[in-house]
Design a protein around this ligand. Structure first.
Ligand SMILES: Nc1ncnc2c1ncn2[C@@H]1O[C@H](COP(=O)(O)OP(=O)(O)OP(=O)(O)O)[C@@H](O)[C@H]1O
Length: 281
């Protein structure tokens, strides 16, 4: 594990922001870090970075980290290039060719002063510095909130490239499609506690597929009866089918000569929203 926290607690006065969190991130993985507002993601990340001292619990993490926050604040009077120079100076190692290539791809004019940059452009400076650095771990805390869709695509490619190069990525995000596209494992937290953690593929398996088909109501009723679930309205049958029962359900529909059969695999969005809602109760 490149990140491992055990029973991590972080209190601010009497308020407990992180409440006994076990977070494990395997080396080489792209790990999504999810949870509703105020769940404790940024606080956990700040503990990992050494910016906050844990109240109790253990933290193990590599020291070779690049970090990109959601709100990037930089020296306003420096140009983008001077900021990249300064960050490289602090880090001590540098791959200037990679920085130039990324600045080009992100279409960032590094000759301009940071003061004149939009939120997205400030994020680009931090992302370029992070991706170009030769660090083992990228900690990205909602890093794409200011990026347009084209840049979001480029961001996702950079994450995949980082993973292909053997680096680990911890990505905190509210953009579920982004997490679904780039992450292989996720941790969901709420109120500073773990709700769920594991491989995305396994979580998908736990969720139901949506099956619809058109067939006469009496035949639909037979299928609903045999499966033990389902709703039929206006000749359209709706089934929410656990993954392992999908072949059986489709077999029954084919036997009954159903028309317009559709089968949609579980969307992670539904799964996450369910988790958020369950956790919020
Ligand atoms: N320095 C601080 N002092 C007091 N309370 C804090 C401090 N930092 C965070 N908190 C509180 O801890 C809780 C967790 O905040 P945190 O920023 O870690 O959540 P988050 O999961 O990152 O949320 P979001 O998705 O909105 O960014 C919040 O209720 C917040 O108000």
């Amino acid at each position: 594990m490149i990140i491992e926290t055990t029973a991590l607690v972080k209190r601010f006065g009497t308020f407990t922001a992180v409440d006994g969190l076990d977070l494990s991130v395997e080396e080489g993985s792209v790990h999504g870090f999810l949870g509703p507002n105020g769940a404790g993601k940024s606080t956990t990340i700040r503990v990992l970075l050494g910016l906050y001292k844990p109240t109790s619990g253990q933290v193990r993490v590599t020291r070779r980290i690049s970090y990109v926050p959601g709100e990037v604040t930089l020296w306003p009077n420096l140009t983008g290039q001077q900021v990249l120079d300064a960050l490289a100076g602090l880090r001590g190692t540098r791959d200037e060719a990679a920085e130039r290539r990324l600045a080009d791809e992100f279409a960032l004019d590094t000759r301009r002063r940071v003061r004149t940059y939009s939120k997205g452009n400030r994020q680009k400076v931090a992302l370029i510095a992070a991706f170009a650095a030769r660090t083992d771990l990228l900690i990205l805390d909602e890093p794409t909130s200011g990026l347009d869709p084209l840049m979001e695509q480029l961001f996702q490619r950079c994450v995949r490239d980082a993973a292909a190069a053997g680096r680990t990525v911890l990505l905190s995000s509210h953009i579920l499609a982004e997490v679904e596209d780039v992450c292989d494992t996720v941790t969901i937290i709420k109120d500073g506690r773990l709700v769920e953690s594991g491989r995305l593929a396994d979580m998908r398996h736990l969720a139901a597929s949506a099956v619809t088909a058109r067939l006469p109501e009496d035949q639909a009723a037979v299928i609903v009866n045999r499966l033990g679930f389902g709703d039929c309205a206006n000749g359209l049958l709706h089934l929410s089918v656990p993954r392992d029962l999908v072949p059986r359900a489709l077999g029954l529909l084919a036997e009954a000569n159903a028309q317009d059969i559709t089968c949609t695999p579980a969307r992670l969005e539904d799964l996450f929203l369910r988790h958020y809602a369950v956790a919020a109760r």
